[in-house]
Design a protein around this ligand. Structure first.
Ligand code: HSE
Length: 293
């Protein structure tokens, strides 16, 4: 039996819509695999009641098919579905790492990215790699049509997850189809600033580069209490705040010493909007980790 811990991820980071992603220290899915004549999936943990165990309808079943690696796959969900924290991507990435090892397929982590992304396509309708790439490779990732660029990073973050859900379909529905040249110029500048900030582990640069006036305002409107949560996090010391993935999680970048204060301020702000939430005080971290037991 092999076990993999596959981390939650936060995609977009504001200015990097469908391009940027980071691996988070917590939460994570734990995936155990064992060879079997046919793929069977068992799911426990956060939100497991909403995830189909039928391999035909589960990201992980698609990954097992793609690797020709039938197995009994047990998934213990730490990452709740529809959270904006790459829930299905964590399972897909974890299964890809586990099954690649179980069947000695010998594929590199980079080669597993498109395989795990295909699994993602099964649930979201589109093959986004901006969550599977950081869950597989760790750190900060930049996904384009030409491939994935990865850098190690360890910026402290707080991720606040409200007890509400936003469907990726709804969140994609509000993305504007066109934008102005002025917005393009702003976005390029911010995205470049953020990327440099990641290479330097500099929370000021990363926070500044998270600003986005194109997609984030539309999506923020789908999250009850967002504006107050944003302000509260900034007042408590966050250097940048934005919607995590398609939402409803909100991610704040900061210095380590400010994490606890920011976490409390974000939870209180959601509370004022009548929404319960929990905050993860974590950092940008490593990708999926394989254990042999
Ligand atoms: N980049 C995607 C989005 C990630 O924001 O829609 C969602 O899984």
């Amino acid at each position: 039996m092999l076990t993999v811990r596959a981390p939650a991820t936060s995609a977009n980071l504001g200015s990097g819509f469908d391009v940027f992603g980071v691996a988070l220290g917590t939460p994570a899915d734990v995936i155990r695999v064992e060879r079997a004549p046919e793929t069977r999936i068992t799911i426990t943990g956060a939100g497991s009641q909403y995830i189909p165990e039928d391999p035909e309808q589960n990201t992980v079943g698609a990954v097992a098919d793609a690797l020709d690696a039938p197995a009994h796959i047990r998934i213990d969900k730490g990452v709740r579905p529809s959270s904006g924290l790459g829930s299905s991507a964590a399972s897909a990435a974890g299964a890809a790492v586990a099954l690649n090892a179980l069947y000695d397929r010998g594929l590199a982590r980079e080669e597993l990215v498109p395989i795990a992304a295909e699994g993602e396509a099964l649930v979201s309708g589109e093959a986004h790699a901006d969550n599977v790439a950081p869950s597989l490779l760790g750190g900060f990732t930049i996904v384009t049509d030409d491939g994935v660029t990865q850098v190690d990073a360890s910026i402290p973050v707080v991720v606040c997850l409200p007890e509400t859900t936003v469907s990726t379909r709804d969140a994609r529905g509000v993305v504007p189809e066109t934008t102005s040249m002025a917005d393009v110029v702003d976005t390029v500048g911010n995205a470049a600033t953020l990327a440099v900030g990641m290479t330097r582990d500099d929370p000021d640069l990363v926070g500044r580069g998270m600003d986005d006036g194109v997609v984030t305002p539309e999506r923020a409107a789908l999250i009850d209490g967002y504006d107050d949560v944003y302000e509260a996090a900034i007042e408590a010391g966050a250097t940048g705040v934005t919607v995590s993935g398609a939402g409803p999680s909100v991610i704040a970048v900061c210095r380590r010493r400010d994490r606890r204060r920011i976490a409390a301020a974000m939870v209180e702000a959601f509370d004022r909007a009548g929404v319960e939430s929990r905050a993860y005080q974590t950092r940008v971290s490593d990708g999926a980790r394989l254990y042999s037991k």
